[in-house]
Write a protein that binds this ligand. Structure first.
Ligand SMILES: *Cc1c(COP(=O)(O)O)cnc(C)c1O
Length: 366
């Protein structure tokens, strides 16, 4: 029997693996190595310094991270990075930042960057349509740009880049909030990667920033202390009180990825299988279910689709709820249905949803 937590297809915060939830329950009562609740352990304790160090090391191991890059655990969500990054790389510069706007989140990022300096839109998804993505060959990248920004997986629309975008001689910045640690990546090709925890790797409250250390000299002394990456690096992500609980859960997830899953190549294989199962049901439904994304841009994390009418979609959501499934309503900006199948979602639960979709279309078409 799959539990309600296992059948939660929420877009975020996303479902976490059962084994990790069990350890979290234990830690709320008492962290085994400490004998105290995780909610009441000092962030200045030796134990928490070790938590930070091991979490960073696990992320380094999973991504084969080079020494050139720092790993920071920050607050303010991915949304604060929309501002901190242009503050670092654009404000006071006469260069232009290039943004690939492919959906809801990259739009938000671009609007914040415009407050700091000049921005060029290389791709305007609002005009081109949000159901597909450009290829590198479609975009007029400049060698002189301050940096390139894009979102690797548009969580709302369910489109995902399956190639690295941009030129290797221009700084490359990527919001990987909804596909971080879901597949291997070549970190050497990125200058800044950021991802909050609550889609793939933990609860809300902490954002992982992987930044090329040489960029930190761009910080300006008038920046507010909390918005200056140098302070967070110097304090090893313990500048002020960090979200101890959230970081501890990210540690448990990083251990789970290393030890239970066996690394990101395995995770990617499982994620591909889950997505393939759902898209197969959509493709074989004779148009009953209509995938939103162009086939080549389909997201392995967020499977977005429609039914013929909003009323039928509401019926489908009710049917799914009656079978114990939650979190399937599309994002408030787009409507429709969205099955989010982040790392924590099992193949078994996805297969359960596939079966339920087949039942619903058979029952409704009959
Ligand atoms: C959810 C999401 C965000 C917003 O993150 P917050 O942590 O709520 O600020 C940003 N980018 C992407 C790609 C997302 O999926």
């Amino acid at each position: 029997m799959l539990t309600a937590n296992e059948l939660n297809f929420s877009g975020g915060p996303g479902a976490l693996p059962k084994s990790v939830l069990t350890m979290v329950q234990q830690a709320i009562d008492s962290v085994p190595e400490v004998g105290l609740s995780i909610l009441g352990i000092s962030h200045r304790s030796r134990w928490f310094a070790d938590v930070l160090a091991e979490t960073e090391q696990n992320i380094r191991d999973l991504l084969s991270l080079p020494d050139s890059h720092a790993v920071l655990f920050l607050q303010g969500g991915a949304t604060l990075q929309f501002s901190m990054i242009p503050m670092l790389l654009l404000s006071g510069s006469n260069k232009t930042a290039e943004y690939i706007e492919t959906g809801y989140w990259s739009h938000k990022a671009r609007v914040e960057a415009e407050k700091e300096g000049k921005v060029t839109l290389l791709w305007d998804g609002m005009k081109e349509g949000l159901d597909h993505l450009p290829h590198n060959a479609d975009l007029a990248f400049s060698a002189d740009a301050a940096y390139l920004h894009y979102v690797s997986n548009e969580t709302v629309e369910g489109v995902q880049f399956h190639e690295v975008m941009g030129r290797d001689d221009v700084l490359r910045v990527c919001d990987m909030s909804s596909d971080f640690l879901s597949r291997p990546i070549d970190v050497n090709r990125f200058d800044i990667i950021y991802a909050h925890a609550q889609k793939n790797i933990g609860p809300a409250g902490v954002t992982v920033v992987i930044i090329r250390k040489s960029l930190l000299t761009r910080s300006q002394d008038h920046f507010p202390a909390m918005l200056d990456y140098r302070n967070h690096l110097k304090a090893q992500s313990n500048y002020n009180t960090p979200p101890v609980f959230s970081i501890y859960v990210v540690l448990l997830i990083s251990r789970w990825l290393k030890n239970d899953i066996g690394g990101l190549a395995n995770m990617a294989k499982i994620n591909a299988e889950k997505a393939a199962a759902l898209y197969r049901v959509i493709d074989e439904s004779n148009g009953f279910y209509r995938g939103f994304a162009a086939v080549e841009n389909r997201s392995l994390m967020n499977v977005v689709f429609n039914l013929a009418t909003p009323a039928l979609e509401a019926d489908f959501l009710n049917y799914a709820a009656s079978k114990g499934v939650s979190g399937l309503a599309g994002h408030r900006s787009l409507g429709g249905i969205r099955a989010s199948i982040y790392n924590g979602m099992t193949l078994e639960a996805v297969q359960y949803l596939c079966q339920l979709m087949a039942e619903f279309s058979a029952k409704t078409s009959a």
